[in-house]
Design a protein around this ligand. Sequence first.
Ligand SMILES: O=C(O)c1ccc[n+]([C@@H]2O[C@H](COP(=O)([O-])O)[C@@H](O)[C@H]2O)c1
Ligand SMILES: Cc1cc2nc[nH]c2cc1C
Length: 352
Amino acid sequence: MMDTLHRITSDIKPLNTKVQAETAAYLDTLTKPPGSLGKLESLAIQLAGITGQMKPTLAKKSVVVMAGDHGVCEEGISAFPAEVTPQMVINFLNGGAAVNVLARQAGADVHCVDIGVATELNHEKLLSRNIGRGTANMVKGPAMTREEALQSLVTGAEVAAELVSQGTQLFVTGEMGIGNTTPSAAIFSVLSGRQPSEVVGRGTGVTDERLSHKIQVVEQAIQVNAPQAEDPIDVLAKVGGYEIGGLAGLILGAAAHGCPVLIDGFISSAAALVAKSICPEALSYMIASHVSHEQAHVLLLEELGLHPMLQMDMRLGEGTGGVLCLHLVEAACRIMSEMATFESAGISGGAV
Ligand SMILES: O=C(O)c1ccc[n+]([C@@H]2O[C@H](COP(=O)([O-])O)[C@@H](O)[C@H]2O)c1
Ligand SMILES: Cc1cc2nc[nH]c2cc1C
């Protein structure tokens, strides 16, 4: 399993700096003051570096919603019961969730993966890749075995490869898992050295009282398991979750295939931090979409060194913030392929 992961990460190449430089120069020939399209310009340059094309099209976009359950829900750390995870999976498959609506609007496909849901689910559209029926309660011991954590990473990368073989050119990370802001905070705490009290937030909307309890749960999980910060797979296994590993693997797999990945909210960003810790080069393929309302998401993006495009006070997950940013990715591509140059439009260039 470790060999498979090494094979995936060894396929992640640095971005094409030659095409990036050509793109930056071309952007300055377009009919606008240099740099005036701000983050759309840096996005166009990043997309060029990733795809090796100055004018990529990125027509086929896939949102991958990884679903998993969490044993730590026994501790009362969410505002919702764990049964909502499988119920929402059915909702995704029937096209009724927020991410389905936003994906239809943006022309993206939604793929839902059961990577660790506690109940057995059968649906023709479900990608059934279940590794375990929910994680173990991390305050009592490791959430997953090291083998399961590795399996979640490899499974995510395999899903990316499958979708690339079906034509996907751009990925959006999405997840569903009642309780998953707790392991996400634990991962962030261990990998950044920040205190649990700084990185735990309200998730689906816990009360003040439950928030203090949630902080204690994260402290306890870290104390009981002693995850090793320099070993991201150990951290993922001990205080993570199946869908978080699946998303980290999806990100690595996308990068290995030269595809950009839009990172959604807090949980997706915790997965991105795991991916970056396993392979720092993977970061070049990540695009931060929005900063979610989850209190510590700002800090997590800072830790990643990513700058989000939107601040919409959203805290839903599912990939919703990432999907909204597909419109901006499309905008950056169209700027490159459709704008007139100073020369073609006969406009005087250069500052006076
Ligand atoms: O994306 C985010 O930033 C985000 C912030 C808070 C909650 N969520 C979603 O809500 C669920 C986790 O919240 P909780 O309170 O059960 O840990 C999970 O299904 C996530 O998709 C997502
Ligand atoms: C209804 C509901 C939908 C969600 N989607 C992602 N997380 C969620 C949590 C809940 C509770």
